[in-house]
Design a protein around this ligand. Structure first.
Ligand code: ADP
Ligand code: MG
Length: 140
């Protein structure tokens, strides 16, 4: 299997509850390596740019409001099949549908305040990593 990189965020509902370490441990226990990490309080404009793909969705305003409501931890994760592996350890978008033991099952509050973000494909991973990190900040 190929070594990949993916983009992850620990969302404001989780940083607010002091879960940065607990969530990072779940990622690391799944075999993912944190090769870049930064805590940011993103602006509304940052959130709108990052989630531009969702701008026609009914939850777009709520999502951008939430994502700029407190600190987020932006990360690059590396490992075998990292994109799919991260999505697996995150669990389904709605925690009510997430598998036992996944981050969203254990920690998420709702479909909106669902604790983590993870890229869904190689193209979005590359684009999302580039949105938050320069090459020199990623140290594998
Ligand atoms: P995922 O984060 O699992 O890739 P999406 O890309 O579909 O899910 O949605 C992006 C984010 O938008 C979700 O993680 C969640 O925070 C928010 N969201 C998705 N659907 C809803 C909804 N029905 N109501 C409120 N927020 C939502
Ligand atoms: Mg998504």
């Amino acid at each position: 299997m190929a070594i990949e990189r993916t983009f992850s965020m620990i969302k404001p509902d989780a940083t607010r509850r002091n879960l940065t370490g607990a969530i990072t441990k779940m990622l690391e226990d799944a075999g993912l390596r944190v090769v870049a990490s930064r805590r940011v309080w993103m602006s509304r404009r940052d959130a709108e740019g990052f989630y531009a793909v969702h701008k026609e969705r009914p939850f777009f305003d709520e999502l951008c409001e939430f994502m700029s409501s407190g600190p987020t931890v932006v990360q690059v994760l590396e490992g075998d099949n990292a994109i799919a592996k991260n999505r697996e350890v995150m669990g389904a978008t709605n925690p009510a549908n997430a598998d036992e033991g996944t981050i969203r099952k254990v920690h998420a509050l709702s479909i909106g305040e669902n604790s983590v973000h993870g890229s869904d494909a190689p193209e979005t991973a590359a684009q999302e990593i580039r949105y938050w990190f320069s090459d020199t900040e990623i140290v594998g």
